[in-house]
Design a protein around this ligand. Structure first.
Ligand code: BES
Ligand code: MN
Ligand code: ZN
Length: 490
């Protein structure tokens, strides 16, 4: 895929286009010191002519004969943290990407190595494109910007600070690639194969097929895949990075429905193509495991993803069918389109049964109702454990991913009661996301657990924040990685 080359340097390698960060309300801020004084004066008058305010993330390209300058607003420079630097750098990318310039230098002298490293991460994330199916004519229309160098005081320190962020970037990019792939290319087996390739960085990857899952009694998950020609898979990833390889692990579980037609309860044709990204939860889990292994996180972590394709067929599961989950719980499948919870029921039970983790967090594009409740800017968090929920909230805030805690009221349990089995798989229209979460809770066996319904945020049809271009977002990787880094390492 065509991506710009981004490097650290002590001096601009190409002076045709130079970016500087300017502080709000200041006439003489750090940024100008990178320019010689005559140029600085010229730039100042150009900026005042266009009414430039230095609002954080607002970038202004100034074309001038002696070399272009991009002024990027830094806002209040005393509060410029990693998140602010990411917003600034990513906004800069978008203003310059199609400007005609092939090279850009961003002056970050006077900023820490940590901030310079975050600028590079943000530039990479902003420049992400999924263009592997474009022919030459379309590839030729790619952004003109090919080389970016970030000028900083101590290149070696910046490169060191970037090492863990590079691993995080790889996890996010892998997650975005998986989510972007169409369902004829990415189905349970091909998906599992791609994960298996990451054994090269120290992840242990096991792939369970249908016979193995039959033996374990996973009929809730298996029922979803009955209508598909593709064999369902359960992929188990382990990263054992703690000093004590026997220390209790943390665990992440993901919904990996590689395509969701709804099954016999088939979805309307309009927009059904979106359901190729119904594996976004699993991609976040895989991306997190890749990031943790890549940066050699000092934690034992388990990632489990349930991979199935939900199709209508003569062999497909019917509305009204009763299946028995691995836990022994019987489920009346009222609607075959409420399949994600059926997949997660067995994946969650298997996870706690085999690994006895400190906690489990599942991620899933679980309900359209989550979009109705929160709109497109927030993922919902449901948890049986206040401390875990708070940590997730704190982690997500630090990495530009929005989450919002939702309730799990016991009195709504009656909505998922069944007349013929222990439980049914839908709870009616009221509180649709909550009853889905209550369903999942039946399969965690008291383990501290949180469920993240990422239906609103796994995919975006427009760029809503500068580090996340339109398309697959990779949402969740950053939050889970930050959660581990802040609270579960060392
Ligand atoms: N994958 C969908 C949820 C979804 C919808 C995600 C739109 C992203 C965008 C899920 O499997 C589903 O179909 N849920 C149903 C549940 C209903 C049948 C109780 C829904 O939300 O309509
Ligand atoms: Mn569905
Ligand atoms: Zn689904």
């Amino acid at each position: 895929m065509s991506q710009p080359i981004i490097t650290f340097a002590t001096k601009p390698t190409d002076k045709s286009c130079l970016a500087v960060i300017l502080g709000e309300g200041e006439t003489q801020s750090k940024g100008f010191s990178a320019l010689d004084s005559a140029v600085a004066e010229e730039i100042k008058s150009l900026l005042s002519a266009v009414g430039f305010k230095a609002t954080r993330g607002k970038a202004q390209l100034l074309n001038r004969s002696g070399g272009a300058v991009v002024a990027v607003g830094g806002g209040d420079l005393t509060t410029l943290d990693t998140v602010a630097m990411e917003t600034i750098a990513a906004s800069l990318y978008h203003v310059t990407k199609a400007s005609g310039f092939e090279a850009l230098s961003l002056d970050l002298t006077g900023y820490s190595a940590e901030l310079a490293a975050h600028a590079v991460l943000a530039l990479h994330l902003a420049a992400y494109r999924f263009d592997k199916y474009f022919g030459q004519a379309k590839l030729d229309k790619a952004p003109t910007l090919k080389n970016i160098n970030v000028v900083c005081d101590d290149v070696a320190a910046a490169e060191t600070a970037y090492v863990p962020l590079g691993a995080l970037r790889e996890g996010i990019v892998f997650a975005r690639d998986l989510v972007s792939e169409p369902a004829n290319i990415l189905y349970p087996q091909s998906y599992a194969d791609r994960v298996k390739a990451y054994e090269s960085i120290g992840l242990k990857v096991e792939i369970l097929g249908e016979p193995e899952m039959e033996k374990l009694g996973m009929h809730s998950l298996l029922g979803v895949g009955l209508g598909s020609r593709k064999e369902s898979k359960l992929v188990v990833m382990q990263w054992l990075g703690a000093l004590d390889q026997k220390a209790q692990p943390v665990a992440f579980v993901g919904k990996g429905v590689t395509f969701d037609t709804g099954g016999i309860s088939i979805k309307p044709a309009e927009g059904m193509e979106d359901m190729k990204w119904d594996m976004g939860g699993s991609a976040a889990v895989v991306g997190t495991m890749v990031a943790l292994a890549g940066r050699k996180a000092k934690v034992n972590a388990i990632g489990i993803i349930g991979l199935v394709e939900n199709m209508p067929d003569g062999n497909a599961q019917r509305p009204g069918d009763v299946v028995k989950a691995m836990s022994g719980t019987t489920i009346e499948v009222i609607n075959t389109d409420a399949e994600g919870r059926l997949v997660l029921a067995d994946a969650l039970w298997y996870c706690q049964d085999r690994f006895k983790p400190q906690f489990m967090i599942d991620l899933a594009t679980l309900t359209g109702a989550m979009i109705i409740a929160l709109g497109m800017d927030y993922a919902g968090v449901f948890s049986n454990n206040d401390e875990l929920a708070e940590k997730i909230g704190e982690a997500s805030k630090s990495v530009l991913e929005n989450t919002w805690r939702m309730p799990l009221p016991a009195q709504y349990e009656k909505q998922i009661d069944s007349k013929i089995a222990d439980i049914r798989n839908i709870g009616g229209r009221p509180a649709g996301s909550i009853t889905a979460a209550l369903f999942l809770q039946r399969f965690v066996n008291g383990t501290p657990w949180a469920h993240m319904d990422i239906a609103p945020v796994a995919w975006t049809n427009e760029q809503r924040i500068p580090t996340v271009p339109e398309g697959a977002t990779g949402f969740g990787v950053r939050t889970l990685n930050a959660l581990v880094a802040k609270f579960y390492e060392g």
